[in-house]
Ligand binder design. Structure first.
Ligand code: MF3
Ligand code: CO
Length: 251
């Protein structure tokens, strides 16, 4: 079932989304060579809790941390650990924050120090693929219009589109209907209506699109070891378009 949010619920979704934006802004200056992903997780968790909010990922189907921290060839669901970031890495921080019963969800990929041109290209075009998808959000369009826009942009830029994972509806639950795949046909899938909230989240690779899951049953990596990037926003369908509920805040 796809939920339509009331004005009151939309306001709470905005507040949850703003906390996600503030947390990303908070953590960015810490993303430097030498810090461990576990230390980043602790900083994020403390930030969330000190804002009277809930780190929704922690305990979700047994997930052990408050953020996903996915480095280089890890596509998603990297569990924070004792790995020390090093110059030239890229890391995706993906977080879901609950506030007064509503959820915000956003991921971005960050550079650690100076990164090579391949990683720069991957990051730039993964973020742009997300905005291509977001641009299709308006009442009357369908989920397939978003999926197709993301896919066309990514493949035009020779990036691999991971198919095993997709975006999703969001509200009082972090995962609601509908699925929002990163590939598909225009004009197909559920119809977008004012008051729906969805997460659009391209996961793109610099090499082949194929991935595998590690023995921890969470970490998803690229088969060929190529780097992956992941950008995600929580988006509200408005009367004539969209509102990004997890805006990127200026430094
Ligand atoms: N934030 C992820 C998403 O975009 C979900 C994380 S799975 C969890 O859907 F286990 F880490 F919570
Ligand atoms: Co999501």
């Amino acid at each position: 079932m796809i939920t339509i949010k009331s004005e009151r619920e939309i306001e709470l979704m905005r507040q949850a989304g703003m906390l996600v934006s503030l947390m990303h802004k908070f953590i960015k200056p810490y993303i430097k060579a030498g810090i461990t992903t576990k230390e980043l997780d602790k900083l994020c968790e403390d930030f969330i809790i000190s804002h009277d909010a809930v780190p929704t990922e922690k305990g979700y189907e047994g997930y052990p941390a408050s953020i996903c921290a996915s480095v280089n060839d890890t596509v998603v669901h990297g569990i924070p650990n004792n790995y020390k970031l090093k110059d030239g890495d890229i890391i995706t921080i993906d977080v879901v924050i609950g506030y007064k019963g509503y959820q915000g969800d956003a991921a971005w990929t960050y550079a650690v120090g100076s990164i090579d041109d391949d990683k720069k290209y991957l990051m730039e075009h993964t973020e742009k693929a997300l905005y291509e998808g977001i641009n299709m959000v308006r009442p009357g369009n369908r989920i397939g219009d978003i999926s197709n826009a993301v896919y066309e942009y990514a493949t035009k830029h020779h990036l691999g589109v991971v198919r095993e994972l997709c975006g999703h509806g969001i509200g009082s639950q972090m995962h609601e209907d509908p699925d929002v795949p990163n590939f598909g046909n225009k004009g197909t899938g559920p119809l977008l209506k004012e008051g729906m909230c969805i997460c659009i989240e391209p996961m793109l690779t610099f090499g082949e699109r194929y991935v595998y899951m590690m023995d921890d049953d969470w970490t998803i990596k690229t088969d060929d070891g190529s780097p992956a990037a992941h950008y995600e926003h929580t988006v509200l369908v408005t009367k004539d378009g969209y509102e990004i509920l997890t805006p990127r805040l200026e430094d």
